[in-house]
Design a protein around this ligand. Structure first.
Ligand code: FRU
Length: 432
């Protein structure tokens, strides 16, 4: 509820503006998705085979930077900090999801990442999936939003917050300090957001995860977007209604950010796609650019699209979202390496956008081409599976935004998450 800790009715969030108005979800329609087409402006260059490896011990995949409350990327005494899902390289890549542990890495130049340690001492969940981390400078504490997930094969997901940690820096590095407390801040309610139980008949995947914190740019309210599903009653993988991905929204109802209320989704992909993963915003020229990731295998029957970053633009949280480039496609893997990268994260970078991702499976092709398919990887001997998997940061890309159009304009050096001076290779991103 909206009642504060002391029993007082507190205004929402910390902002002074008018209360936020919710509205109908915009739709990513079959018509939009039917026009998905890889062009020079939306296709990533093929990743070099010999890119840097960030860690010898751990696979690294979904990654997010420590940001200040206003969304800008934190730089503390010259250090940047990123958090990643990690798992031991003793595991085959497919086994990593069930063992995901959030670890941190730090760097002075956005390139030479050093391994810190685990982000949490006693997190909730059997393992933890993606999230976002906000550093409040005046309180000197990190609010770390993440997904508390139960063991395979159930993978029940709840949204969690770990707070209380701080950072100690030295000329040699960064250390996370302090005691953390962990609270569940969101669970699927079965009405706005489909529960695990409701999703069982669908026979595909279920989502209630990936909380991404942001401050409302006008009202200052504390908000989270996350990946959910709309209950549609789909009852088999052949039923288009089983493909019901949405972008969920939550609002904090206390200043401690420990209590939240679910708001309706603001984007749905019903009969289009089952997963709108890791939703996040870039605010640019008064516009709300909403980005999500999705996979080839979660498009509804009759539709097809690549493993890619997709995006939508609106002028408010619950405004009319228009798919970028007509179809929603922003950044696809090249056709010759359709699974080379995944889990793209778009971040403001001057007036442009910087996109970070991880190296996924190289050398794999569509089944149609008769090479090894993604499904077949899991049946290869462990060493061969590991050979094909990157499990490290991919070269970041730079994207230009112009209203509803986007364009990949350059590639940064291997492993570059955040640019440092002179790191730009200046390639135009079209050399597939
Ligand atoms: C995206 C993703 C996230 C999830 C994590 C699980 O790559 O599927 O949605 O948090 O990976 O490993």
């Amino acid at each position: 509820g909206a009642i504060g800790a002391a029993g007082l009715a507190l205004p929402f969030g910390t902002g002074s503006g008018a209360a936020l108005e919710t509205g109908e979800a915009s739709q990513w329609t079959r018509e939009h998705a039917n026009s998905i087409e890889l062009t020079d402006d939306t296709t990533a260059p093929v990743i070099d085979e010999n890119s840097d490896v960030i860690s010898d011990d751990y696979w690294i995949w979904d990654t997010w930077p420590l940001r200040y409350r206003d969304g800008s990327i934190a730089k503390i005494d010259g250090w940047q900090v990123v958090f990643s899902l990690t798992a031991s390289k003793d595991l085959v890549p497919g086994a990593r999801h069930n063992e995901a542990t959030i670890r941190y890495f730090y760097s002075r130049n956005g390139h030479d990442w050093q391994e810190g340690g685990t982000a949490f001492e006693n997190p909730l969940g059997h393992h933890q999936w993606a999230g976002s981390a906000m550093y409040d400078q005046s309180e000197d504490q990190i609010y770390h939003f993440y997904t508390a997930t139960s063991p395979e094969p159930e993978f029940r997901q709840r949204l969690a917050l770990g707070k209380g940690a701080s950072l100690r820096t030295s000329p040699h590095g960064v250390e996370l300090t302090g005691d953390q407390e962990h609270v569940i801040i969101g669970e699927a309610d079965g009405d706005l957001y489909q529960t695990l139980e409701q999703s069982r008949e669908q026979g595909i995947v279920y989502a209630f995860r990936d909380p991404w914190y942001f401050e409302h740019p006008e009202t200052g309210e504390d908000l989270v977007v996350f990946e959910g599903n709309t209950p549609t009653g789909g009852d088999s993988p052949d039923d288009p209604q089983s493909y019901n991905g949405n972008v969920g929204v939550m609002r904090a109802t206390n200043d401690e950010l420990t209590e939240w209320e679910l708001l309706p989704p603001n984007l749905e992909a019903i009969e289009v796609n089952q997963q709108l993963e890791r939703p996040h915003y870039v605010f640019n020229n008064g516009k709300w650019y909403l980005f999500v990731l999705s996979h080839e295998f979660t498009f509804a029957p009759g539709l097809s699209g690549p493993d890619a970053l997709y995006g939508f633009v609106s002028d408010s949280l619950y405004g009319e979202y228009e798919p970028l480039n007509g179809s929603g496609l922003v950044l696809a893997n090249p056709e010759s390496a359709p699974f080379q990268a995944y889990s793209w994260l778009a971040m403001p970078h001057g007036n442009d956008v910087l996109i970070e991702s991880f190296e996924n499976f190289r050398g794999l092709d569509d089944t149609s081409r008769g090479e090894i398919s993604l499904d077949e990887v899991g049946h290869l001997p462990p060493e061969e599976q590991k050979e094909l998997f990157g499990g490290t940061l991919a070269p970041s890309l730079k994207l230009q935004l112009e209203g509803t159009k986007t364009r990949i304009v350059s590639e940064l050096n291997d492993g570059h998450f955040l640019p440092s001076g002179g790191s730009n290779k200046g390639t135009n991103g079209n050399n597939q």
